[in-house]
Write a protein that binds this ligand. Structure first.
Ligand code: FAD
Ligand code: PYC
Length: 416
């Protein structure tokens, strides 16, 4: 991070931002690169960073149609956990968790990763059986997890209604102590600054409008700033992945839906962990600024509008007030939406395509923020070697031909 003397700090604090040092360059696109990454969210920027840092491929462009992190990366509610059921998913998310644990040091950028723990509540006997099964599976995979009863939950979160009076009384929860939250835009900025310093060109306000494909091999992209060539292209465009795939003549098993979130007015610290309930259907944490960060499930219809509907907001707040009657008079400050690309088995697609050199990393749906460092790392390794990284291989598009689906709806945390 940029360092100032005491005097420098005061000078810059009092100056306008035009005097601040840029954290990354604003380069003119070159005619050609070794690798093009489409999408300047955390996954795309992280991929470029690891390509340059760990695989020595520095002639890389990240092409972003808007601003860095302006997609889901800076619209999400930042829950990070690795408590997925199946071995393939657990291994990938735990790979990510380990990278989260060293990310601020690696990037020399404070991504504010806060391991305050995540509770997934159970409200029925079947919920508790599913929780038990998932925690057992996690522990067999070396992932931390505990099953708590209602008393244990109440001790962790004294302000939650764990009484028998609730519509769906809390019976217990899974508890992952190493899980938590992070600062979303810092993740994008940290990766961007790191990648730029290693020579990666970050091209903002540049939209990819088509692919250059000849004899089944990609050799570049059309953009709003002209054509750019590369024989390896990685698409990391979240909710817009289906649109990009169509430009290349591909159809991916994805649906794009709005997913909303809300933040309240800031409060004094009252909630020092993350609480999620699939059954009552809402989740909540408190940010370091003091606002309550709240969300629930997707809006059921398809759309690309980055906004959602009022009934979902109402449903979300009903769930939160049911769990936390103490918050019933808290005022909401802001609400927004992102476009999530959901896959039928609630797992991502990290895959080659039938177009040689064209790869997709998408389908993270409602849960890809937590995967950012791990996904970026395995995708960079796959692009660098031309072979899918072993942790990425099970997430190939081929699983929809072979039937080897990895159903993680139970762990997805948010219904879709
Ligand atoms: P993005 O950050 O969306 O980046 C993709 C980029 O591609 C965008 O910036 C877009 O502008 C760009 N792009 C698209 N088309 C083009 C084009 N043609 N040319 C150039 N650029 C293009 N996940 C969790 O793990 N925990 C959570 O708590 C959580 N909460 C969420 C809450 C909400 C409200 C939302 C919307 C999502 C949430 N998610 C959560 C999901 C998570 O945000 C995403 O899975 C993740 O951020 C995806 O990152 P990304 O880098 O792949 O995509
Ligand atoms: O994947 O944990 C998650 C999540 C929480 C809210 C949205 N996604």
């Amino acid at each position: 991070m940029q360092r100032y003397s005491g005097f420098g700090l005061v000078k810059h604090a009092l100056s306008h931002h035009e005097n601040w040092q840029r954290q990354w360059r604003n380069p003119t696109p070159k005619k050609a690169y070794d690798v093009i990454i489409i999408g300047g969210g955390g996954h795309g920027l992280g991929t470029a960073y690891y390509l340059a840092k760990e695989f020595g491929i520095r002639n890389v462009a990240v092409i972003e149609k808007g601003w860095l992190g302006g997609g889901n990366t800076a619209r999400n509610t930042t829950i990070v956990r690795s408590n997925y059921l199946w071995d393939e998913a657990a291994a990938l998310y735990e790979h990510s968790m380990k990278r989260w644990e060293g990310l601020s040091q690696d990037l020399n950028y404070n991504v504010m990763f806060s391991q305050r723990g995540v509770l997934n509540l159970g409200h029925t006997l079947q919920d508790m059986r599913d929780i038990q099964r998932r925690v057992n599976a996690n522990r067999l995979n070396g992932i931390d997890g505990e099953v708590l009863d209602a008393k244990g939950v109440q001790e962790l979160v004294p302000i939650m209604d764990c009484s028998k009076n609730a519509r769906y009384p809390v019976m217990g929860a899974s508890w992952q102590p190493r899980a938590g939250v992070a600062r979303h835009d810092a993740v994008a900025w940290g990766y961007a600054r790191g990648a730029d310093a290693l020579g990666v060109d970050i091209l903002q306000q540049t939209e990819v409008t088509g692919f250059k494909i000849r004899d089944g091999q990609v050799y570049g992209v059309h953009t709003t700033r002209g054509d750019i060539e590369a024989k390896t292209v990685g698409c990391v465009a979240a909710g817009n992945s289906g649109v990009l795939a169509k430009m290349a003549g591909l159809k991916l098993p994805l649906e794009s839906h709005p997913l909303q979130a809300l933040v309240s007015e800031p409060l004094k610290p009252v909630l020092d962990t993350v609480v999620m309930s699939n059954h009552v259907h809402g989740y909540i944490s408190q940010s370091d600024k003091g606002d309550l960060v709240i969300g629930a499930g997707i809006d059921g219809y398809n759309g690309y509008g980055q906004r959602g509907s009022y009934p979902t907001v109402e449903h979300t707040l009903q769930a939160v007030v049911e769990m936390f009657p103490i918050f019933s008079r808290v005022r909401m400050n802001r609400q927004w939406g992102g476009i999530v690309d959901t896959c039928p088995d609630a797992c991502p697609l990290i895959s080659k395509t039938k177009v040689k050199g064209l790869y997709f990393n998408c389908g993270w749906g409602t849960g890809g923020f937590k995967a950012t460092p791990g996904s970026a790392h395995v995708f960079a390794a796959s692009l660098a070697k031309g072979e899918m990284h072993p942790l990425a291989a099970p997430f190939s598009i081929d699983r929809f031909n072979t039937g080897a689906l990895i159903d993680e709806h139970g762990a997805a945390g948010v219904a879709h």
